[in-house]
Ligand binder design. Structure first.
Ligand code: CO
Length: 427
């Protein structure tokens, strides 16, 4: 599966994690369940999921491993979530769906384009309440803008209201969304108990630009980083630490969920790995102290129409390589030590590296790294790939940058990072 396939087949966080799990399984990784006690063998390859939308995959080089080499990316993207009471009262014989924004989206970008719905559904199955992924996978929904003749201000102000303007048109008939979902799953409607469905734009990822130098797709933030970390993780050689690929959900809504970075998921998994390898609590603490985290989430590239919004000197460009993110107020985890380690990783992997800082008078966003660090405090660096139109329905990034991050992560996951007794770090 290449990046385009991965993007096209991952319309929601649930599909992104399912596809990641499928790729890992095809590479010989064994699924573990959080509800069972783990017995792990030397040389084993494993993954565990939580909430069907977060995942940690790891390899065990040996039972007396040194530490954990971690990466983090997120599976979710801003979208519109469909309410349980899906159909709104008809207006002019048109029924629309009741939806609610998920995350900080560029609302206008979702208008005037075919949309569909996908997600997960709880059904009454043979073994009790079962979860099924569903993708209606057809041109189904549309959020029409108001014609310019009826709103001459549309190109000047054009503010949108989530309650009034974003409900997509669905049907002029009496069909229900639940009936469509039941049909897609081949189940009688009464067996559908609950749904978590999200809208997604009906477009495939594509290369564009005169030389195919750009990639345009929904959900590049953060599936591009997720995919690059996964590929690097799979390509890495064996070191003395446990390489662990982490995917969290709900970054776009603050991460405070059971499957978010602000949960016990990562610490639970690492403690269980150490316990299964016979490490005492003290030995586990020492292994954590020998660990490192690369928090990978896309970064704003210099916008050609608005270069003034970027910092004057630390403004990454598309196809300029992996972005190292800094913030004086530590919204990003990067510090001198972690930046030096990651810079050395990129130098050894022959990967171009560029720096990002917010314009000093603009507050930036925070991401996975600092959130995860509240639970597991290890040296961490915030990085990403440069992109434009972040949180729009379709985003744009540089074609060559994905390969750069894959090479960097392949070196990182296989390195023998060690914090020595005198405070120095060797790679
Ligand atoms: Co992101």
């Amino acid at each position: 599966m290449d990046l385009l396939d991965f993007l096209n087949h991952s319309p929601t966080c649930y599909h992104a994690v399912q596809n990641t799990a499928d790729i890992l399984t095809s590479e010989g990784y064994q699924p573990l369940s959080e509800t069972e006690v783990w017995s792990l063998r030397e040389g084993g390859r494993y993954f565990v999921t939580r909430g069907q939308s977060a995942l940690v995959a790891f390899r065990l080089p040996r039972r007396d491993f040194r530490g954990f080499l971690l990466s983090a990316a997120h599976s979710d993207s801003p979208t519109l979530k469909i309410r349980q009471s899906a159909e709104a009262a008809p207006v002019g014989a048109i029924r629309r769906l009741n939806v609610e924004p998920y995350g900080g989206m560029v609302m206008r970008s979702w208008m005037d384009r075919p949309l569909s719905a996908a997600g997960r559904v709880m059904v009454r199955g043979d073994r009790g309440i079962e979860s099924r992924l569903v993708d209606l996978d057809r041109d189904l929904l549309f959020i029409p803008s108001v014609a310019i003749h009826l709103n001459r201000e549309v190109n000047r102000s054009g503010a949108l209201n989530a309650a009034a303007d974003l409900q997509p048109i669905f049907t002029q008939g009496d069909v229900t969304l639940r009936a469509l979902v039941a049909g897609e799953l081949g189940l009688p409607e009464e067996r559908i108990l609950e749904t978590e469905l999200f809208l997604y734009p009906r477009m495939n990822a594509t290369y564009l630009g005169a030389q195919g130098e750009f990639i345009a797709s929904p959900r590049l933030d953060d599936l591009q980083c997720l995919f690059a970390c996964l590929k690097g993780f799979l390509a890495a050689g064996a070191g003395e630490s446990v390489p662990a690929l982490c995917v969290f959900n709900n970054e776009e809504v603050g991460s405070v969920t059971r499957q978010g970075a602000d949960s016990t998921f990562l610490t639970d998994v690492l403690e269980r790995i150490s316990a299964a390898c016979g490490k005492t609590p003290g030995e586990h603490r020492a292994a954590v102290a020998q660990s490192f985290l690369v928090s990978a989430d896309n970064a704003h590239a210099l916008h050609p129409a608005h270069p003034e919004l970027s910092d004057k000197t630390e403004a990454p460009v598309l196809n300029g390589g992996v972005v190292l993110k800094y913030n004086a107020n530590q919204r990003y985890t990067t510090d001198a030590l972690s930046a030096a380690v990651f810079t050395e990783v990129c130098r050894r992997a022959e990967v171009p590296l560029q720096r990002y800082s917010n314009r000093p008078d603009l507050p930036g966003g925070s991401t996975l790294g600092s959130t995860a660090m509240a639970h597991l405090s290890v040296p961490a660096v915030d990085i990403g790939l440069p992109q434009l139109a972040m949180h729009a329905a379709c985003e744009v990034a540089g074609t060559r940058d994905t390969g750069a991050l894959i090479r960097a992560m392949a070196f990182y996951f296989g390195c023998s990072l060690c914090r020595n007794g005198d405070g120095s770090v060797t790679l």
